[in-house]
Ligand binder design. Structure first.
Ligand SMILES: *Cc1c(COP(=O)(O)O)cnc(C)c1O
Length: 358
């Protein structure tokens, strides 16, 4: 018997989705973004499937080390770089490419002797205002980098788009423009586009693209689903009914009694809750598939259970299969009903949930 709550992964879809990225950016190399345990899908599992990627990107040094220790040989960019000389040593020893975004990092590099030779990306802040040097610091920073024996030439240039998922927002073109203008006299590989940049902004396609969410089959745009871009979902979240009962008119269901029954219904209890990573903010009405058919969630999400209105499915019984997302129920829809983004849903799957590979 399958476990009560489980995630089913269609790993073949990863390669398909990588090819979709390539189709949109045929002249770019692809750095597959697999930070945060590959968006909850499993760091090594995903890296081992994406053998066609030209490189990988992770957020932290320890994520890069895990990839190297598992024998991954492509270039690996570490997007948060390093904050101390021990981390820089790790980057050197494991052959990881840091993003350089602060003067503190330059000082650490200067204090290190030797010529181990690491590839580095100079991170430019073009409007995100998170990590990166301002455009007027780029000249000076680049000088310092290329004069270090530790850093291989040429140095790469990277920036991050703040609002590429909003197609009407002119900020994206402004960021791209600023990046290009700033770098007009420089040579070295460039990288701008995340998934939204790849799917929505041709101007963002440069030497390297950095798809994350789209690799997992999910749309980066709030108004669409992955299917609109020929993307295939990788993750499905599944469970089963564990109880079926009648609820009378006027009774309430669940914590807080927030849901009031306005007519007699058959109700189902599903073994999934926020303890599994199902979003607690999911509102009454959030679609759930029972036996492949849509029913609305009712009442509040508990730690281990949710309740659904089985009206129209009166023959449903304990043990029947339930899908929370995937297979006909786009995760984007569940995110919408939960007032969050699909990124948080896939990242939020907890240890308790068993992983089944298709
Ligand atoms: C996470 C991240 C990406 C990938 O973003 P998606 O929206 O998931 O495609 C790309 N670049 C940077 C710097 C990131 O932090």
């Amino acid at each position: 018997m399958t476990p009560a709550a489980y995630v089913k992964l269609n790993l073949d879809a990863l390669r398909h989705n990588l090819n979709v990225a390539r189709r949109h950016a045929p002249d770019s190399k692809v750095m597959a973004v697999i930070k945060a345990n590959a968006y909850g899908h499993g760091l090594l599992r995903v890296a081992e499937r994406l053998t066609d990627a030209d490189g990988f990107a992770v957020a932290r040094v320890d994520e890069g080390i895990r990839l190297r220790q598992a024998g991954i040989s492509q270039r690996i960019a570490v997007m948060e770089g390093f904050t101390c000389s021990e981390e820089l040593n790790d980057l050197i020893n494991f052959g990881l490419d840091p993003l350089i975004h602060s003067f503190g990092q330059l000082d650490i590099i200067d204090r290190k002797s030797g010529s181990a030779g690491i590839d580095a990306w100079l991170k430019i802040d073009t409007g995100m205002n998170r990590l990166g040097f301002s455009v007027d610091e780029v000249d000076k920073v680049h000088q310092r980098l290329i004069s270090s024996s530790l850093i291989k030439k040429p140095v790469g240039f990277i920036t991050h788009l703040a609002n590429a998922d909003v197609r009407s927002d002119s900020m994206t073109l402004k960021q791209i423009d600023l990046f290009n203008k700033t770098l007009s006299g420089f040579s070295g590989p460039r990288s701008i586009a995340n998934s939204a940049g790849i799917l929505g902004w041709r101007e963002a396609l440069t030497d390297w693209v950095r798809p994350g969410i789209m690799l997992y089959g999910i749309s980066p745009f709030p108004e669409s689903t992955g299917g609109d871009f020929d993307l295939k979902p990788v993750m499905g979240l599944h469970s089963r009914l564990i109880a079926v009962k009648s609820v009378r008119q006027g009774e309430t269901v669940g914590y807080g009694g927030s849901w009031v029954c306005d007519r007699p219904i058959t109700m189902g209890v599903v073994a999934i809750g926020y303890g599994d990573g199902y979003p607690r903010q999911a509102k009454s009405g959030t679609p759930v598939l029972v036996n492949g058919k849509r029913v609305p969630m009712i009442g509040r999400v508990s730690m281990d259970m949710i309740t659904v209105d089985l009206s129209g499915q009166d023959d449903a019984k304990p043990g029947d299969p339930v899908t929370l997302w995937g297979g006909g129920l786009p995760i984007e829809e569940v995110a919408f009903w939960s007032e969050t983004i699909p990124y948080t849903l896939v990242c939020g799957i907890t240890q308790r949930v068993q992983i089944v590979e298709e």
